[in-house]
Structure formats: C-alpha cells, structure tokens
Design a binder for this molecule. Structure first.
Ligand SMILES: [Zn+2]
Length: 87
C-alpha cells in the first residue's frame, strides 16, 4: 500500500530556503492481536536519509527525515520523493 508523507526542509543546504517534499513510501500491514496493542511500542519513528533536489539550484543534497510506523504496519521502501512547494 502506498502512503505519502510531507517533509519540510527548513533550510536547504544549497539555497537556504525552505522546500516541502512529498515522500511516497510503500508499507505493508500485518495481523496482530488487538489486546497486545498496548504493549507494542507505536507509533515508531524511523529515521531515513535520501537525496533531495533543490528546485532553485537544481542540485541534489542529502537530508534526513522521520517517518512513523504505526502498530500493525511495516515501512518497506521509499518509492519516490518530489517537490510540493518551495518558498
Ligand atoms: Zn534549495
């Protein structure tokens, strides 16, 4: 199942401006026993790193960001990253 999350880079290392990207990622769901939910740590924050493209300088830069994994799901992979807005 594809899910999207908005990531804002507040200070781009190329141009110092703020850019917001849409990260599309693939997640799968697995069955779990509802009564166990309280003992499972969720949501779990996962730390990722990827190349982003600065729309002003047209250059890539590496940035790290968080995605949240809720109970009963696993983030499998990052599908794509594209710019939503720039300011
Ligand atoms: Zn930039």
């Amino acid at each position: 199942m594809e899910t999207t999350s908005e990531i804002t880079i507040h200070q781009c290392p190329r141009c110092n401006e703020s850019h917001t990207y849409q990260v599309v990622f693939e997640r799968t769901q697995y069955p779990y026993r509802k009564e166990l939910k309280k003992s499972m740590p969720a949501p779990v924050k996962l730390y990722y790193g990827d190349d982003f493209t600065c729309p002003n300088e047209k250059e890539n830069f590496y940035a790290r960001y968080w995605l949240e994994e809720d109970t009963g799901e696993t983030i499998e992979s990052i599908v794509s990253i594209h710019l939503l807005k720039s300011s």
